[in-house]
Write a protein that binds this ligand. Structure first.
Ligand code: ADP
Ligand code: MG
Length: 395
């Protein structure tokens, strides 16, 4: 690379100044010159290219928006696009910001920090943003925080940390998913901070995604958290109307007719999680069963409603990520009753409460069982609640 620039300088001392503004991609057989716009491209083709022929490699010139694909492993999944993302009240602001970011990375909002519960389309939007920006010629890179961490560790082990950082110098849009997984990973945080600072100084775009607000992320350095919070912070949710849109859309996608009855059936048997909705529809498709006598999920939601009311909370509070004791207590009880009264599995219960693996329910329920053994008043409360739930749910 340095040799190529030297070569250019030998041919034309004036040109090298401009060439520094171009992106130069060199492989053993060719040099790709990417100019910021078509005018520069013409200029290179007309005045300089012929004088670079004897560099010994093929010389290609493209303008920025002709480069439609990244030339390194960019982690982007093509199946996630803006076109196949269903937009409704609870995700349209995030959607619009992502579209804006994809058209003008670094220009308006940077960094963007998106947070929200599992299965609400955060990763989908991140890939969609990267794919759209990439189509417009912006070099985009998607990494989960875990990918990033593994890459850091590998680079350190192989003594290639500088090369690791060099990679980000080309990147114009960096998409980091699931940053809550940075918790406790100190070295990773140090390197991410460095990446952030260099990209930020170059006015490049970063989008972070997390399952929770920066203030609820534990064991991440203050300086990194403050960077997360230095741009736009925005929550993605899922309201009932959008959920129904999505169900209709997914049913059609799977070749099932979205009749009102079928939409209702899916809605009653799934929670506020699009991944779960997709899973449920897939099962419908493969088993051909499109109605069941009783819907466990609906009863689960009833339990949540009744327990929430009992503790003066809103039903959605019980699905929040929080450290608030009162909420945790209510949630644990609601989970416990989903198990004992409805016979739901730990995974189903975790899903219902917005968790992503069965241990969430397992630990919560276990803690109720233990407290119940030790605390007589708590035991009585459970018996009373159980009686009233049975009555309300006609169990
Ligand atoms: P998250 O990262 O928030 O946990 P994902 O982005 O992985 O969730 O979404 C889970 C699944 O649901 C994916 O298959 C995704 O395509 C789909 N999905 C989520 N939200 C939407 C939406 N608004 N429209 C269409 N599909 C969606
Ligand atoms: Mg995700």
């Amino acid at each position: 690379m340095r040799d190529f620039m030297l070569f250019v300088e030998q041919r034309d001392r004036f040109a090298v100044g401009l060439f520094r503004q171009f992106r130069i991609e060199e492989t053993p057989s060719r040099v790709l010159i990417i100019t910021p716009n078509i005018e520069y491209k013409r200029w290179v083709l007309e005045y300089i290219k012929s004088r670079l022929q004897d560099y010994g490699k093929e010389i290609l010139v493209k303008s920025h928006d002709e480069v439609s694909k990244n030339d390194f492993e960019d982690g982007l999944l093509e199946k996630y696009t803006f076109e196949n993302f269903v937009v409704g009240r609870s995700n349209e602001v995030v959607y619009r910001i992502c579209k804006e970011v994809a058209s003008n990375p670094g220009a308006t909002f940077s960094p963007v920090f998106i947070y929200g519960g599992v299965g609400l389309g955060k990763s989908h939007l991140l890939h969609a943003t990267g794919n759209a920006a990439k189509r417009r010629g912006f070099v985009s890179l998607y990494m989960s925080a875990n990918d990033f961490s593994e890459a850091v560790i590998r680079s350190i082990r192989e003594g290639k940390l500088e090369e690791f950082h060099a990679r980000f110098k080309k990147v114009e849009l960096l998409l980091i998913d699931d940053v809550q997984f940075l918790s406790g990973k100190e070295r990773t945080q140090v390197e991410l901070f460095r990446v952030f600072e260099t990209m930020h100084a170059r006015d490049k775009q970063i989008v972070f995604v997390s399952d929770r607000h920066p203030k609820d992320i534990k064991d991440v350095s203050e300086r990194l958290l403050s960077r997360f919070a230095s741009g736009v912070i925005i929550e993605i949710g899922l309201d009932e109307e959008t959920r129904l849109f999505i169900i209709r859309h997914k049913l059609s996608q799977f070749g099932l007719e979205p009749t009102e009855e079928l939409v209702r059936y899916v809605a009653d048997n799934t929670g506020y999680n699009v991944r779960e909705i997709e899973g449920f529809i897939k099962t419908l498709k493969t088993t051909g069963i499109t109605s069941l006598p009783k819907s466990i999920h609906k009863l689960g939601e009833e339990i949540i409603k009744l327990i929430a009311r009992n503790f003066n909370l809103k039903p959605e509070d019980l699905k929040k990520k929080t450290k608030e004791r009162r909420i945790i207590n209510a949630r644990q009880l609601a989970m416990y009753f989903c198990k004992t009264l409805l016979g739901m599995t730990h995974s189903e219960i975790s899903g219902l409460f917005g968790g992503n693996d069965h241990t969430f329910a397992l630990y919560s329920i276990r803690s109720v069982e233990e407290k119940r053994k030790k605390d007589r008043r708590y035991e009585l409360m459970i018996l009373t609640l159980e009686k009233s739930l049975r009555k309300h749910l006609s169990l």
